[in-house]
Ligand binder design. Structure first.
Ligand SMILES: Nc1ncnc2c1ncn2[C@@H]1O[C@H](COP(=O)(O)OP(=O)(O)OP(=O)(O)O)[C@@H](O)[C@H]1O
Ligand SMILES: [Mg+2]
Length: 215
């Protein structure tokens, strides 16, 4: 019987290097013979991409905080049903550029919504699918990323206050301490290749330990 695949999420604040490291990790795991699916949030399905546009780029939609949580969860639920669960059923490795913890960090810790509510909505949307491993790309402070270039204009959420971004970084650390078994914290302030080696080391033992099918 086929074994279930492995689900890895990459988390962190703005410009922590999530997309860079998710791509490098996917390439590394593929070079070691793993069958990898890379996802990003919000988006990754037709409904999810439409929701992404509202969440990130519609400055004038008047979205309130609760609607924001529900829309992120809706996009995530679509992604889980259409992409993540089928990939895991096929024994593949899923590398997710953001997942539920982003909502906990941004909307619960960052915006101050009740953690239990954000958690409950996401449990419902994902059918309680949690990653096997979550890599937190941790930054000691926001100044580290201020020199990093952005790919386009700041989106609706990036434009929030410095305090919002500091609260969410602290929130991620609280999550890592709460869910110790699932989390690995990597210092993301160094050069890309140094961070990448740390991510690979953290992930490989977990992935091989799971005896990924076909190997
Ligand atoms: N360790 C690093 N050192 C210096 N620059 C980096 C590092 N990691 C990524 N960068 C650069 O910083 C920018 C942001 O990186 P990236 O897009 O991977 O971050 P992100 O966490 O996905 O950001 P976002 O929150 O906007 O999705 C990119 O231009 C990238 O090339
Ligand atoms: Mg990114």
């Amino acid at each position: 019987m086929k074994r279930r695949g492995v689900f890895i999420s990459i988390e962190g604040g703005e410009k922590a290097g999530k997309t860079t490291q998710a791509g490098l990790l996917a390439g590394y795991l593929r070079s070691r013979g793993f069958d990898v699916v890379l996802t990003r949030e919000p988006g990754g399905t037709p409904a999810g991409e439409a929701i992404r546009h509202i969440l990130l780029h519609k400055q004038d939609a008047g979205l309130n905080a609760v609607s924001e949580v529900l829309l992120f969860a809706a996009s995530r639920g679509q992604l889980v049903e259409e992409v993540v669960r089928p990939a895991l059923r096929d024994g593949r490795v899923v590398v997710a550029d953001r997942y539920v913890d982003s909502s906990l960090a941004y909307q619960a810790y960052g915006l101050g919504l009740p953690l239990q509510n954000v958690l409950a909505v996401n449990e419902w949307a994902t059918g309680s699918l949690w990653p096997d491993l979550t890599v937190l790309l941790d930054l000691p402070n926001l100044a580290v990323t201020q020199t990093r270039p952005r790919s386009g204009p700041a989106d609706r959420i990036e434009r929030r206050s410095r305090q919002f971004h500091e609260r969410l970084l602290e929130g991620y650390r609280t999550l890592a301490a709460t869910y110790k078994d699932r989390y690995v914290v990597v210092d993301a302030s160094g050069p890309v290749d140094e961070v990448s080696r740390a991510v690979q080391a953290a992930v490989l033992s977990r992935v091989t330990g799971e005896e990924v099918p076909g190997r």
